[in-house]
Design a protein. Sequence first.
Length: 156
Amino acid sequence: MPTFRQKTDAGDQGFTLLEMIVVIAILAMATLAAPVLYTQLVPSFQLRQHAYDIAYVARALREEARLQSKTTGLVVDEAKNSVRATGSATKVPVVDISGEVTVAYAPAFEDMEVTTGTIYFYPTGASTGGTITLSRGNLDVAIKVDWVSGAVEVKQ
């Protein structure tokens, strides 16, 4: 008596050729799209990281001004593409803006003189305020310092 293979309820095991081709096509598209996404996303991440570094320095200077009862400042040097601290007793880092990123400073009030490009933080918590704008191509990130409270905020 011959024996016959009985079909189980589990169904066929394995993949069809069509399923394999679809998976390979999806992987190929993802592989081809990765460099394009990388070149578009990395500059945006670098720009935001510079902005967060500057915001960190500004907050540290504001806190130092309040705790030590002295005026500190954040100097924006557009020519050297850098932001540094002034009047600080601690080792607050200099933020060097690298690559194709440009830095610009705008005072809080239009009638203020923009001779130094410095945002001062006072012991009361107030500041002269202003906006530091980082640009790269068509991307812009702004670091806003409120003149009344001295609060620092990163806007994208």
